[in-house]
Design a protein around this ligand. Structure first.
Ligand code: NFE
Ligand code: MG
Length: 519
């Protein structure tokens, strides 16, 4: 039985090692290891709770706003703060900007090279001047042997798109997407003051009082992004998913446990009756009859059985610990294993769009796209449009609210920490369900725990030896050539992993990545 180790997995965020065992050209078993530890949760202890949104934002250079938001919401709950509608709208707009820069970046910069044979560009015979410039650029780089960032890459396979007209267009859009990304990061800075790591989200709301010019600026930038998302990104994803990649989609590669969790997020009205993403849990998906149960966050536990932490039974995040045991037998990751009612869950765009029973996604499923790697890309594109549309509404709502007397962005009554209390903050960042849990004692942080999207998806086995979602999603993936495990990275990258977030906790003494043996 051949065993392959890919360490690190490239074109993701953070440090992830994947090991797979192959039998008859397919993945028979898999292990997902977060190979870096950091220690954020431990260093939060004893700090003023109001520092937490700013410190947890530093988990990650991609999804900073999301931790700031979940943290502020945990404080809202612990302090008893009521966020006014103006504060909610401004929090939503910053998160909208996050989706707009994050999802297209994942498709073009991080994933597209898994699906195209880039050298097909050399066969482009069209007359389009822009595309000929792309051809000259790429062929020039390859001739000069200067192929970064297009390499390292895996060899194209039977599923790779090699039609020169499609490939050259995709690469042109890869370059366009970089420019759009820069512009979208600046959208959040209008409200957040800077990027990355905004300054405006605090307990009780936000600190940045909006003016009409800022809303107009955000809207103008939104118009430009909406045009790219609607006319380039979504058509590209759907073209790939329903055209050349349909055989890959129909094979259902990258399915996993078929359990999905969404906490729900982004109010469309002041009462919170309508959300962009509804909350729900799906256990053992039946695409023909999707059953969605309500979420009860008391049912969440984290197991450390196979993670490099001091032995402990699975506990709810309020009671989680951060004590390393780097010599633990059977441990192979710094990622803990979150479970819902003891079960592993997939979180993220596919989970959200299934929980929402989104008609565009279900239409694709009706065309034979099975919930797996390709469906994850489709769900990501579909929900980006939902967020863009919501951003327009939030701009309108903000302008309407700003002109009314009594407009507020912050609950100034609940700024001081309680002498004791606890609270949880939930959100739906691009990669999935995020929770922060805080306990306050003597006005200081007594315990702080985060279970982030990539903790769910990248989790190792739990107490019962049940594989995490990346691990399960890899089972059955075809790897006909062990020297070219392209389907392994296709599956893993379809989740948009962020191990910086997932672990949020290097060996402080040695900075060494541990060598380990999987039993
Ligand atoms: Ni570091 Fe993140 C998002 C969070 S992690 S990117 O989205 O929370 O899965
Ligand atoms: Mg954690």
């Amino acid at each position: 039985m051949a065993k392959i180790t890919i360490d690190p997995i490239t074109r993701i965020e953070g440090h992830l090692k994947i090991e797979v065992e192959l039998e008859d050209g397919k993945v028979k078993n898999a292990w997902s290891s977060g190979t870096m530890a950091r220690g954020f949760e431990a260093l939060l202890k004893g700090k003023d709770p109001r520092d937490a949104p700013f410190i947890t934002s530093r988990f990650c250079g991609v999804c900073y706003s999301v931790h700031q938001l979940a943290s502020a919401r945990a404080l809202d709950a612990a302090f008893g703060a009521n966020v006014p509608w103006g504060g909610t709208l401004l929090r939503n707009l910053v998160m909208g900007a996050q989706y707009i820069y994050d999802h297209p970046l994942h498709f073009y910069q991080l994933s597209a090279l898994d699906y195209i044979d880039i050298m097909a560009i050399a066969k482009y015979n069209g007359k389009d001047k822009d595309l000929l410039a792309v051809k000259d650029k790429i062929v020039g780089l390859v001739t000069a042997k200067d192929t970064y960032p297009l390499t390292p890459r895996y060899e194209p396979d039977a599923f790779s798109v090699n039609d020169p007209d499609i490939v050259i267009m995709a690469v042109k859009h890869y370059i366009d997407a970089l420019k759009m990304h820069l512009a979208a990061r600046n959208m959040g800075a209008i409200w957040g003051g800077r990027t990355p790591h905004y300054q405006n989200i605090v307990v009780g709301g936000v600190t940045s009082y909006p003016d009409i010019n800022q809303v107009a600026r955000f809207r103008t930038m939104l118009d430009e992004q909406a045009k790219f998302i609607n006319e380039v990104y979504i058509p590209d994803v759907l073209l790939f998913g329903t055209g050349p990649l349909l055989p890959l989609a129909k094979a259902g590669i990258g399915g996993g446990h078929y359990n999905y969790l969404s906490y729900g997020d982004f109010q469309l009205d002041a009462e919170g009756k309508k959300l962009v993403f509804p909350a729900g849990v799906i256990t053992g998906l039946n695409p023909a009859n999707i059953k969605v149960d309500p979420v009860d966050t008391n049912k969440i536990t984290e197991s450390v059985k196979h993670a490099w932490y001091k032995e402990n039974k699975p506990v709810h995040p309020y009671n989680g610990e951060q004590v390393f045991n780097l010599d633990k037998k059977g441990a192979y990751s710094f990622v803990k294993a979150p479970r819902y009612e003891g079960k592993p869950m997939e979180v993220g765009p596919l989970a959200r769009m299934l929980v929402a029973k989104n008609p565009t996604l279900l239409d694709l499923v009706g065309k034979g796209v099975k919930p797996g790697a390709v469906a994850r890309h489709a769900a990501r594109a579909i929900e980006t449009k939902l967020v863009v549309d919501a951003c327009y509404k939030w701009c309108d709502d903000l302008l309407a609210a700003m002109t009314k007397p009594g407009f507020k962005i912050h609950d100034t009554e609940h700024w001081e920490p309680p002498s004791s209390g606890m609270g949880a903050g939930f959100s739906e960042p691009p990669r999935g369900a995020l929770g922060h849990w805080i306990k306050v004692k003597d006005k200081k942080i007594a315990n702080y725990q985060c279970v982030v999207p990539s903790t769910w998806n990248a989790s190792p086995r739990c107490e019962n030896g049940v594989r995490g979602q990346y691990e399960e999603a890899l089972i059955g993936a075809p790897v006909p050539d062990p020297k070219n495990p392209i389907n392994v990275v296709r599956v893993i990258r379809s989740f948009d992993p962020c191990l910086a977030c997932a672990v949020h906790i290097i060996d402080p003494k040695t900075n060494e990545i541990r060598k380990f043996i999987i039993e």
